[in-house]
Design a protein around this ligand. Structure first.
Ligand SMILES: Nc1ncnc2c1ncn2[C@@H]1O[C@H](COP(=O)(O)OP(=O)(O)OP(=O)(O)O)[C@@H](O)[C@H]1O
Ligand SMILES: [Mg+2]
Length: 463
C-alpha cells in the first residue's frame, strides 16, 4: 500500500470514527433531555390544570376548564383523555373528552380542586397520560436526529475522503517524483533536477536531493575526465617503451652474446605485458567515449567473412597451441554489410578471445552467419559459439554492463582475468551499427554470443 493510500485511509478512518462518536453522544444526550422535557411537561400540565380548575370554580365557568384541557390535549399527544366530575352540594355532573377506550390501559392522574370559599363546590379531573406515547415521541425524535446525523456523517466522510486524498497526493507527489529521479540516477543518468517551490521540509529535501544529483554529476565528469587523461598519458610512454624494446630485441637477435636468447625471452614477456596494458588502456578509452556518447562508427560496405577469417587467422596459432579447433564457417556468398571494419574486428577479437579463455583442450570454437529479413531490410545474424565451460544463467543479464564479469572467471582455461569491458564495448559498437547483441550459455556445455548487422543496400543496377 502506498503512503498516499495509507495517509488518505488513515485520516479518513480517524475522521469518521470521531464523527460517529460525536453523533452517538449527541443522540444519547438528546434522548435523555427529551425524556426530562416530557416529564417536566407532565408536571407543568398538572399544575396548570389545577390553576385553571381553581379559576373556573371561582368564575363558575366549567366549560373553560374543559376547553383548556382540550387545548392541552392538542399540544401534548400523550394526554389521551380527561374525565371531569363537578360537585356542587348535592348536584353533580360529568364531562369526558378524548379516547376513553384507553382508560385502564394508560396511567391515570387524579386531581381534585375545591372552591376555597365553598368547599362543597369542587371538581375532580382524571387525566389519562399514555407513557408509551412519550417513549414513542422520544424514539421518533431520536430517529429524526439519527437520520440527520447519518446524512451529515456520510457527507462529511465523503468530503473528508476527497480532502485527505488531495492532501496526501499533494504531500506524496514530490516523494514519488524523487523516487523516479533516484531510479534515473541509479540507471546512471546523473544530474537530473526536480522543480519544487516550497519552503517546508519537502522543499528542503528536494533542494538537498538536487544538490546531491549535481554533485554526483560533477564527480562523474571529473572521474571520466581523470580516467581518459590518465589513459592518454599512459598510452604515449607505453608506445615509446614498446618501440625501444623492439629496437633492443633487433639488436639482441643479431648479437653473439650467449646471454642474448635469455634476454630476448625476458623482453618478449615484457612486450606481452605491454600489449595487455595497451589493450586495457584502449578499452578504457573506448568505454569513456561510449559514456560520453562519442563512440562513432564510420559505416561502409564491408565483407564480414574477410574480417572473421582475419581474426580466426590471428587467433589460429594460439588456439592450436591450446588444443582447440577454431573455424569460421561464414557463407562465402554473404553479401556485404554496412559496417566499420576496424570496430567489427574489435568485436570478433573480444568474442573469440573470450571463447578461448573458457574452452579447454579438445574443444571447438566456430563462427557462423545466417541471413534474415526484418522491417523490410535484409540482416545477417553472426554467432561466435564454443563448447567450453559456459556460465550460470543469473550472470547473463549483467555481462554487458561496465566492468561486469561472470562468476566463472576463476574457471577460465587460459589468459588473464580481464576487466569486464569487452562485451560492454562490443554491444555499444553493434548498437552503433543499428544491430543487437545477445548471449546464451549453459554451464558445462558452452556459450553462443550473437549479433545482428544490416546488409548493405545493393547498388542500383546500371541502366
Ligand atoms: N565464451 C564465454 N564463455 C564463458 N564465459 C564467458 C564467455 N564470454 C564471456 N563470458 C563471461 O562474460 C564476462 C564478461 O566478458 P567481457 O568480454 O565483457 O570481459 P572480460 O573478457 O572478462 O574482460 P575484457 O574483455 O575486458 O578483457 C567474462 O568475464 C566471462 O565471465
Ligand atoms: Mg573479453
Amino acid at each position: 500500500m502506498t503512503i498516499r493510500t495509507k495517509l488518505a485511509v488513515g485520516v479518513n478512518v480517524v475522521l469518521m470514527a470521531a464523527m460517529a462518536a460525536l453523533g452517538w453522544s449527541v443522540i444519547a444526550v438528546q434522548g435523555s433531555y427529551k425524556r426530562e422535557d416530557l416529564a417536566r411537561a407532565a408536571s407543568v400540565i398538572e399544575n396548570s390544570v389545577r390553576r385553571v380548575a381553581l379559576d373556573t370554580l371561582l368564575q363558575r365557568d366549567d366549560l373553560q376548564l374543559v376547553s383548556y384541557v382540550n387545548f392541552l390535549k392538542g399540544q401534548y399527544p400523550a394526554l389521551t383523555y380527561a374525565r371531569f366530575h363537578w360537585q356542587t352540594g348535592q348536584r353533580s355532573h360529568d364531562v369526558d373528552i378524548g379516547d376513553l377506550t384507553r382508560a385502564g390501559v394508560v396511567r391515570e392522574k387524579p386531581l381534585q380542586v375545591s372552591d376555597p370559599t365553598d368547599p362543597t363546590h369542587l371538581v375532580q379531573v382524571r387525566l389519562g397520560i399514555d407513557e408509551a406515547a412519550i417513549e414513542r415521541e422520544v424514539d421518533a425524535s431520536q430517529q429524526r436526529l439519527e437520520r440527520i446525523i447519518l446524512e451529515v456523517w456520510a457527507l462529511a466522510s465523503l468530503a473528508g475522503l476527497l480532502l485527505s486524498f488531495l492532501l496526501a497526493r499533494g504531500w506524496t507527489r514530490p516523494l514519488a517524483r524523487l523516487g523516479a529521479m533516484a531510479e534515473t540516477i541509479g540507471r546512471g543518468q546523473l544530474g537530473g533536477r526536480l522543480e519544487w517551490n516550497s519552503h517546508d521540509e519537502i522543499g528542503v529535501l528536494v533542494g538537498a536531493f538536487n544538490g546531491m544529483s549535481t554533485r554526483l554529476e560533477e564527480l562523474e565528469d571529473a572521474k571520466k575526465q581523470f580516467v581518459s587523461s590518465v589513459s592518454h598519458e599512459l598510452r604515449s610512454p607505453l608506445g615509446a617503451i614498446a618501440s625501444f624494446i623492439h629496437l633492443v630485441e633487433e639488436q639482441l637477435r643479431s648479437s653473439l652474446d650467449p646471454k642474448a636468447p635469455q634476454s630476448l625471452s625476458y623482453l618478449e614477456r615484457v612486450e606481452g605485458n605491454i600489449r595487455r596494458l595497451e589493450s586495457f588502456i584502449s578499452d578504457i578509452l573506448d568505454a569513456a567515449k561510449i559514456e560520453r556518447g562519442k563512440l562513432e562508427c564510420v559505416l561502409k560496405p564491408v565483407g564480414l567473412q574477410d574480417v572473421a577469417a582475419d581474426v580466426a587467422g590471428f587467433f589460429g596459432p594460439r588456439a592450436a597451441e591450446q588444443g582447440v579447433t577454431l573455424s569460421s564457417a561464414m557463407p562465402p556468398d554473404l553479401p556485404r554489410i554496412d559496417g566499420d571494419a576496424e570496430r567489427l574486428r574489435q568485436v570478433f577479437v573480444n568474442l573469440v578471445s573470450n571463447s578461448l579463455k573458457f574452452t579447454p583442450k579438445g574443444g571447438r570454437i566456430w563462427i557462423s552467419a545466417e541471413q534474415f529479413r526484418e522491417g523490410g531490410r535484409r540482416w545477417v545474424e553472426v554467432a561466435v559459439r564454443d563448447n567450453g565451460r559456459g556460465m550460470e544463467s543469473q550472470d547473463l543479464d549483467r555481462l554487458f554492463k561496465l566492468f561486469s564479469q561472470g562468476r566463472n572467471v576463476s574457471e577460465r582455461v587460459v589468459g588473464s582475468k580481464g576487466t569486464g569491458l569487452g562485451l560492454y564495448i562490443c554491444r555499444s559498437i553493434i548498437k552503433q551499427h543499428g544491430g543487437q547483441m545477445g548471449v546464451t550459455s549453459t554451464p558445462g556445455k558452452g556459450t553462443a554470443v550473437s549479433f545482428t548487422l544490416r546488409l548493405a543496400e545493393a547498388p542500383p543496377a546500371a541502366a
